[in-house]
Ligand binder design. Structure first.
Ligand SMILES: Nc1ncnc2c1ncn2[C@@H]1O[C@H](COP(=O)(O)OP(=O)(O)OP(=O)(O)O)[C@@H](O)[C@H]1O
Length: 619
């Protein structure tokens, strides 16, 4: 047993030992390394056990009344269950010492009533537990969804959506299972175990000693298991998150994968993710296997010991046959709840890991704090802005820029210079590490998301159509808009004709699985959303096909009507946009090296003039 329960963290180097002889040797199985767990690097945070415990206590505190009712009902049901062996013991003693038929009838009648009462109480207690588990789970889920839907975009981009999707699906499901079925079973089992042991001690403390025979089997094995389970399940969950993310991404990007012939590469990555998930699953199964064997012994051995021990006590007249019968029945009666506790202990480990991952989402710091300050005007300014996606790797090195309301400013520069990054900062997606980006004198990071979107918006290549009606998709931009507003917005981007031609007009379900929208239609929908949000400044990333000169003429018209009367920052990857702009900012190596009109910069003969000449030569 001691050999079996030795600490094997050092065995991580044997990660590739998978022969059958090795597989079942506890010494050889690889445990997760810190790098494999990787809970804090690029993934979302995982709450520490103390935080999980504090959170659980708080949530239980909110349901104190239901919890007390559940415990009292289970205690009553357990007491009724304990009366049965006691009555049977009395019956045995009465029969051994001699009694009347009348007394036997009374004891049997009492037995029947007890069975009925116990059944009724158990049903009631279980029902109360289910209701309790459901409301507890509903609370936790609501908190999680609330936080998850407000996560900073930069955090999500860094962590990847796979991790959040895994927490929303696998983890919530495992928690739901534990809350709905685990908690009720644990209540029943714990109350029954405690009361049964109490009853055994009351009947005969000496006879109850037989129960100690379970300890050498159950105790060390459980300790050994619990020491490793959290790390094991965290490892398993993190690998599932990677696998889920890869699978979802592969399905979403199926067309691109086909077009670029990336099938083989995706397959290799999926196989690698499956292998890593398999290794993690194998580890936790291995833990359970070595834990279950001794615990199974702990169920059987005490009954055998009790038979011998109580028999010896009866022989020495320290115990009546009836009391011995009661003790042995109690020991048998303990097996089921004990087994239930042991198997739920395992599920609870999984659920606790899931809970730690779910609560971890709450630990993501907000990237903005809405102060309630109201911008005094529409002028957008960047002042000495520095920013990097990673610590020690600055991308923007002190950028200052004052936009003139209503102007069209093109940002040009070599690839990787920081143009898109500057665009993200000007649109308030990311906050500067130092310096400030303000609108009407208020830093963008001090505006609520709703206010921010009515000031400045980033138009990217993404024009996602959400599953829901066309109306729902438009209302996202302005929830208070009337149907007339929506129709006007669609008309302004030249989309009314096809929108009215949909089977149910604004009420047509679009998005994945709904009525299919063509690429230009999806783009117009995104533009109509912009019209509804009505920001005074737009940051257009020209990488988007929205500005592709080969795009359909009506799309260009749609865009033109959206940008009219707004301040526009166009991140120009083709210089013809710069030619049409009021001013051009040249970004080189994270700095603005030139700023002026097209003609001024050409006359200056600096970097812009060189870029323009080489672009003309290529064109
Ligand atoms: N999400 C990100 N995480 C980490 N690094 C990033 C991220 N986005 C951009 N970078 C890095 O920041 C630097 C500037 O990138 P950015 O996309 O802003 O340049 P760009 O001038 O827009 O280039 P391009 O014209 O090729 O789009 C590059 O070194 C890039 O690798």
């Amino acid at each position: 047993m001691t050999d079996l329960l030795t600490d094997h963290h050092a065995a991580a180097s044997d990660a590739h030992e998978t022969g059958p002889g090795r597989l079942f040797s506890p010494k050889r199985h690889p445990s997760p390394t810190a790098a494999q767990l990787d809970p804090h690097r690029r993934t979302l945070p995982v709450a520490e056990p103390a935080v999980v415990w504090r959170h659980t206590k708080t949530v239980l505190g909110h349901h104190r009344r239901e919890l007390s009712a559940v415990l009292v009902l289970h205690a009553l049901a357990a007491v009724a269950a304990l009366v049965l062996p006691l009555l049977i013991g009395r019956l045995v003693d009465a029969l051994v010492t001699g009694t009347t038929a009348d007394r036997v009838d009374r004891l049997v009648g009492l037995l029947l009533v007890t069975v009925l009462v116990q059944t009724g109480l158990t049903w009631w207690a279980r029902r109360a537990s289910f209701v309790f588990g459901e409301s507890l789970f509903a609370d936790m889920r609501e908190r999680f969804i609330d936080r998850a839907s407000r996560l900073p975009l930069s955090t999500l981009e860094r962590a990847g959506t796979g991790d959040l999707v895994a927490r929303t699906t696998n983890d919530v499901e495992s928690l739901s299972w534990a809350a709905r079925f685990g908690l009720p079973s644990i209540f029943v089992a714990s109350v029954t175990v405690v009361l049964t042991i109490g009853a055994m001690l009351w009947v005969s403390p000496l006879g109850a000693l037989a129960l100690l025979a379970a300890v050498p089997f159950a105790w060390p094995a459980t300790r050994w298991y619990l020491r490793r389970a959290r790390r094991g399940y965290l490892w398993e969950r993190s690998k599932w998150a990677v696998l889920n993310g890869l699978a979802a991404e592969s399905v979403e990007a199926a067309r691109t994968i086909d077009a670029l012939d990336l099938g083989r590469e995706r397959h290799a990555r999926l196989v690698d993710a499956v292998e890593q998930t398999y290794a993690a699953e194998k580890y936790t199964r291995w833990l359970r296997m070595w834990w279950y064997v001794p615990t199974e012994f702990s169920y059987v051995v005490p009954t055998a010991v009790a038979l011998a021990w109580c028999g010896w006590l009866v022989h020495g007249e320290s115990l009546t046959i009836g009391a011995a019968t009661t003790i042995i029945l109690y020991i048998r009666q303990l097996v089921d709840p004990f087994d239930e506790l042991i198997s739920w202990l395992d599920e609870i480990q999984v659920a606790a890991t899931s809970l730690a991952r779910i609560i971890g989402v709450e630990e993501v710091p907000d990237d903005r704090v809405a102060t309630g300050a109201v911008p005094a005007g529409n002028d957008l300014s960047a002042h000495d802005v520095r920013f990097g996606y990673h610590a020690n790797l600055e991308v923007l090195h002190g950028v200052s820029l004052d936009l003139r309301p209503g102007e069209r400013l093109a940002i040009v520069g070599p690839s990787g210079a920081g143009k898109s990054t500057l665009g993200r900062l000007l649109a308030g997606i990311d906050g500067p590490t130092s310096g400030s980006v303000t609108v009407g004198g208020v830093p963008l990071m001090e505006l609520s998301m709703d206010t921010l979107r009515s000031e400045v918006a980033l138009v990217t290549q993404e024009h996602h159509v959400f599953v829901g009606t066309l109306r729902d998709n438009l209302l996202l931009a302005r929830p208070s808009a009337s149907d007339a507003d929506l129709t006007a917005a669609l008309a302004s981007v030249d989309a009314l004709e096809w929108a009215e031609g949909l089977p149910e007009g604004l009420s047509t379900t679009v998005g994945s699985g709904g009525h299919p929208l063509s690429e230009p239609q999806s783009q117009q929908l995104a533009l109509a959303r912009l019209v509804l949000a009505d920001p005074h400044t737009l940051v257009l990333d020209e990488a988007t096909s929205l500005l592709d000169p080969r795009a359909a003429r009506h799309l260009e018209r749609s865009l033109a009507s959206v940008v009219a009367d707004r301040t526009v920052v166009a991140i120009a990857h083709r210089l013809h946009t710069a030619h049409d702009a009021d001013r051009v900012a040249v970004v080189e190596d994270g700095r603005i090296s030139e700023l002026g009109s097209h003609d001024e910069l050409l006359t200056a003969g600096g970097p812009y003039a060189a870029l323009w000449r080489s672009w003309r030569a290529e064109g």
